[in-house]
Write a new protein. Structure first.
Length: 379
């Protein structure tokens, strides 16, 4: 059995008010090509298909297009579970009818786990789907006393073990396995560490196709894996290499795993340096259209830095000025350091705007105004 493990598509996501839908379409085209050329038997999507419970119409249209190309044109079954960003009820509309055509939207949160049996030349593989469910939901639907995500997951997996008939088994789950590498773009499932579950819960499956964490990674055993998100969704993911996971399972359930890289339409990077150097660098940067966070190290005022940087880097999304707050002083608050540098900053600004140095009389006038403003803040 050859299956493709993916998760965390987050269709419809915006980043710094920029729609990522075309970026998502670009990598999903690659995913369809992988399914076609690598002769994949089934595609798994382990939650967070959409970025929010009520997705925009264009995101729904994109999902519809991808399902049609994979399932209808290529004849490949697809298995979905809901993540914490999805509305399981909305995602599950028409699930029973769709299942007849090999599109399996598996289960409602907290209910008995859904299962799908798929054949290959060596027998059958049983796939169990566990959509995201918090302890309150599991307690309500199953009537069991659980108070943590681990207890809730253990209760659901107990039901899986009761259904298991000894076939090769794969479980899809959307959860936070303890010790996993986090990113800023993941919505917390809980506070205070109560959302963590142990990797040992998945020990007895032949493969655990996990979703939620955006970095591709495995936990404790190589068969307990996060495929990671299709795209970088925060600057904290700058160093991550996005991929999908191709799994070949033999007759005994042993898995051979391959990460297939995805190439983004726009990479997401952090650039740091001085303003003039970055302007010069941008004119020859082959990735000048990437989504960028820029940290300027200059300690002087700069006129319209964002607009000027966007002349060479059109997709600068965020600008930081740490150089204004760290100009050699130590042991003082950022506000105090900034106050100390206000007059020099104004002198730099005046020079950039007029081409002339601020005269002594003007400096005294500005210094007096600044002093008056600060006294007013203290009062």
């Amino acid at each position: 059995m050859r299956f493709l493990h993916t998760s965390d598509w987050h269709l419809g996501r915006q980043f710094h008010n920029i729609s990522l839908l075309e970026d998502q379409r670009h990598v999903l085209d690659q995913l369809v090509d992988i399914v076609r050329h690598r002769q994949v038997d089934t595609v798994l999507v382990s939650g967070d298909i959409y970025d929010r419970a009520v997705p925009p119409a264009r995101a729904i249209s994109l999902l519809d297009d991808v399902i049609y190309r994979i399932n209808t044109e290529l004849g490949v079954p697809m298995l979905f579970i809901a993540g914490n960003h999805d509305s399981a009820e909305r995602l599950g509309f028409g699930a029973r009818a769709l299942a007849r055509n090999g599109i399996h939207i598996m289960g409602q949160p907290g209910h008995a786990p859904a299962s799908v049996l798929l054949p290959d030349e060596m027998g059958e593989v049983m796939f169990f789907g566990l959509p995201y469910a918090d302890p309150v939901t599991v307690r309500h639907h199953l009537g069991v006393e659980v108070h943590s995500h681990e207890q809730a997951m253990a209760a659901l997996l107990q039901q899986v073990s009761e259904q298991n008939q000894g076939e090769r088994t794969v479980v899809l789950a959307h959860c936070f396995v303890d010790g996993g590498v986090e990113s800023e773009s993941e919505r917390p499932l809980s506070v205070g560490g109560a959302d963590r579950v142990s990797a040992s819960l998945f020990e007895h499956f032949d493969y655990a196709a996990l979703g939620h964490l955006h970095a591709p990674q495995s936990r404790q055993w190589s068969h307990v894996r996060y495929s990671g998100s299709l795209l970088k969704y925060s600057f904290s993911e700058e160093k991550q290499h996005k991929s999908v996971t191709l799994v070949d399972m033999d007759a005994q359930g042993r898995c051979e795993i391959e990460k297939i890289p995805l190439q983004p339409l726009h990479d997401m990077r952090i650039l740091q340096g001085h303003f003039d150097e970055l302007l010069k660098q941008g004119r020859d940067d082959p990735g000048h259209e990437d989504y960028l966070l820029i940290r300027l190290l200059d300690t002087h005022a700069i006129h319209e830095p964002m607009n000027r940087l966007r002349e060479v880097y059109p997709n600068v999304l965020h600008l930081e000025r740490p150089g204004l707050l760290h100009n050699g002083a130590t042991g003082e608050s950022s506000r105090e350091r900034l106050a100390m540098g206000e007059l020099p900053l104004f002198r730099d600004f005046y020079t950039q705007m007029t081409g002339e140095e601020l005269a002594s009389r003007g400096q005294k006038l500005v210094a007096g105004l600044l002093d008056e403003l600060h006294r007013g803040e203290e009062d």
